[in-house]
Structures are given as structure tokens and as C-alpha cells.
Design a binder for this molecule. Structure first.
Ligand code: ADP
Ligand code: MG
Length: 290
């Protein structure tokens, strides 16, 4: 029983931001689990060589992931469909493409092929690589590295929508606007010059790791609202120790079996993610309705 209408394909969502430590990976895994609880079949793709998302699924990048388990063969051109790298996870309904440090090689392989292979479009490798499986999932979630790297550009170009987690503090806010202007410069150079365009069905800013006791966060929250307006989701994910505790058990707030912390804080975090997941479920359904 599929959620998506007959003939519709998986909606692909990249979780991206220049910065490390802004809750990208936590958002990716929590979203995957929350959507799966709503009945979506989910593929998560880890494109960060640090492999944090892979780790959160209880798989150790250093010892349990080989080159051929990652998207590196796609980047090198030895594979054309991502199918070879898909593995199941402990969470029924979520499949994973893992990452490991060796994936750094993609940052060399892609530009090398761009100069060596006439007509090669480095930014479409992942987009083409997932074509084969778009009718086997409801949602594909791509976690990206903290940089506007070749891999991140591939992730964005493969996506219907983008979610940018953004903690309301001044430096994260400043780097977020650099992220968008650099990204639009890049896409202009890659696409517009070739008469192509890339439009996203949705771009959502998620206020994440929000510390309500931090006076500065109220000021920055206003800047974010003024700058990104309707892109800002009407949800705030609180900064809470619950996230760290569940991560230490390789889980999220949806992994209730693994949680034994304070019930009140847990409910606050869980309610916030429920609301976030509900919004994204709505965005997915509106893409299908198009
Ligand atoms: P990124 O992928 O952007 O580098 P992570 O999701 O790995 O960010 O999060 C960075 C650190 O912050 C992790 O230790 C994570 O457990 C913690 N963290 C993420 N979200 C929250 C939150 N809402 N409250 C508290 N800690 C959080
Ligand atoms: Mg990460």
C-alpha cells in the first residue's frame, strides 16, 4: 500500500547548510523516522564523508562501510544506478545509502571527469543515479556535508525541495545568506549559461536547536523572519539534552524504546518534531498533487 498516487515518484529532499553542527543530520534522521511512522517508505542517502547519519543508524563508517557501499562509484562512473549501495536498516521502512571518509574522493573524481569527459555534467550524477529507484520509495532524504561541495550541489540538483536547519544565532544567520547567494551564483553559471533552469518545489528554513533562554536568539529570530519570510516553517525545534541522549543510543525522539529521560522535556521535543514532520508531509503531498 503506497502513500503516493499511482504514477507519482518519490519526493526528494536535501537537508543542507554551509555550517556544521546546525542539526542537519539530526533533522534528516528524525524526519526519515517521523515520515516512516506516517506510512512513507523512505530512502536516506548520506553524502557527508563524516558519515554521521550512517552512525545514527548504528553503522560505523570506519569499519562497517566500504567504498562500494557509498555513492563514490557513482561519482567515479563505475556505477550508474544507486541500487548497488542500498541497504536496509534496523528501522522497518527506511533504507540507507551509507557514507564513509573514503567518500571524500568524490570531490576529486567529479571535477576530474568534468575536464576529461566531453559533455559530462558533474552536477547530475546523483540525480541520474536515483532515477532507477524513484518509483520504489515515497521520499528520498539526502543529508549533505557542511560545505557547498561537488557532492552538495549533486544533492540539491537531485531534489524537489530543500530544508535548511538554522539555529537562531548571529553567525549561523550570516553564513546562511552566503550559502544562498553562492548557490544561486553557481546554479546560474552551471545552468543558465546552458539554457537550463532548476526550480525547487519548496525551500524550508527550520529553526533548530533553539535556546529560548538565549536573549540574542530572539533578535536573530526576527532577522530570520524578515529575511526568509514565508520560507520559515512555523515550527521551532528546541535545544534539548533529549537529542543528545537519543543520539548516544543511535536514535531519535521517535525511537521511544531507547529513551529514558525526563518525560516533560521529551514531550516538548517530540511535539516539535511531530509538527515539523507534519509540515513536510504536507509539502510532499502537494508535490504529488501537482
Ligand atoms: P550537522 O549535521 O549540521 O553537523 P548534527 O545534527 O550532527 O548537525 O548536530 C550537531 C550536534 O548538535 C550533535 O551532537 C547533535 O546531537 C546536537 N543537536 C542537534 N540538534 C539538537 C537539539 N535540538 N538540541 C540539542 N542538541 C542538538
Ligand atoms: Mg551532519
Amino acid at each position: 500500500e503506497w502513500l503516493r498516487p499511482p504514477g507519482a515518484e518519490a519526493v526528494t529532499i536535501s537537508i543542507g547548510n554551509f555550517k556544521g553542527g546546525v542539526s542537519k543530520t539530526t533533522t534528516a534522521v528524525t524526519l526519515a523516522q517521523g515520515l516512516s511512522l506516517l506510512g512513507h517508505r523512505v530512502l536516506v542517502i548520506d553524502t557527508d564523508p563524516q558519515g554521521s547519519l550512517t552512525t545514527l543508524f548504528g553503522i560505523l563508517p570506519d569499519t562497517e562501510v566500504e567504498e562500494g557501499d557509498t555513492i563514490l562509484p557513482l561519482a567515479m562512473g563505475t556505477e550508474t544506478s544507486i541500487r548497488y549501495a542500498i541497504r536496509s536498516t534496523y528501522w522497518t521502512g527506511i533504507d540507507l545509502v551509507a557514507a564513509a571518509p573514503v567518500l571524500f574522493g568524490a570531490e576529486f573524481a567529479l571535477p576530474a571527469r568534468q575536464t576529461q569527459e566531453p559533455g559530462f555534467e558533474f552536477w547530475r550524477v546523483l540525480d541520474l543515479g536515483i532515477d532507477d529507484v524513484r518509483d520504489e520509495y515515497d521520499v528520498i532524504i539526502i543529508d549533505t556535508p557542511p560545505a557547498l561541495s561537488y557532492t552538495t550541489i549533486n544533492a540539491f540538483m537531485a531534489s524537489n525541495g530543500i530544508i535548511m536547519p538554522l539555529p537562531p544565532n548571529a553567525l549561523d544567520f550570516a553564513s546562511a545568506s552566503q550559502f544562498w547567494s553562492l548557490f544561486s551564483d553557481l546554479t546560474a553559471e552551471l545552468l543558465t549559461n546552458r539554457g537550463l533552469t532548476k526550480e525547487f518545489d519548496f525551500i524550508h528554513i527550520l529553526l533548530a536547536r533553539v535556546d529560548s533562554t538565549d536573549a540574542a536568539s530572539n533578535i536573530v529570530r526576527q532577522w530570520i523572519g524578515q529575511t526568509y519570510a514565508e520560507k520559515v516553517l512555523p515550527v521551532e525545534i528546541p535545544k534539548t539534552a533529549v537529542t543528545g541522549v537519543t543520539a548516544a543510543e543511535f536514535g531519535t525522539v521517535y525511537d521511544v524504546a531507547k529513551y529514558d529521560g525526563s518525560a516533560r522535556t521529551f514531550k516538548r521535543a517530540r511535539d516539535a518534531y511531530d509538527s515539523f514532520v507534519g509540515h513536510i508531509d504536507g509539502s510532499i503531498r502537494s508535490v504529488w498533487a501537482k
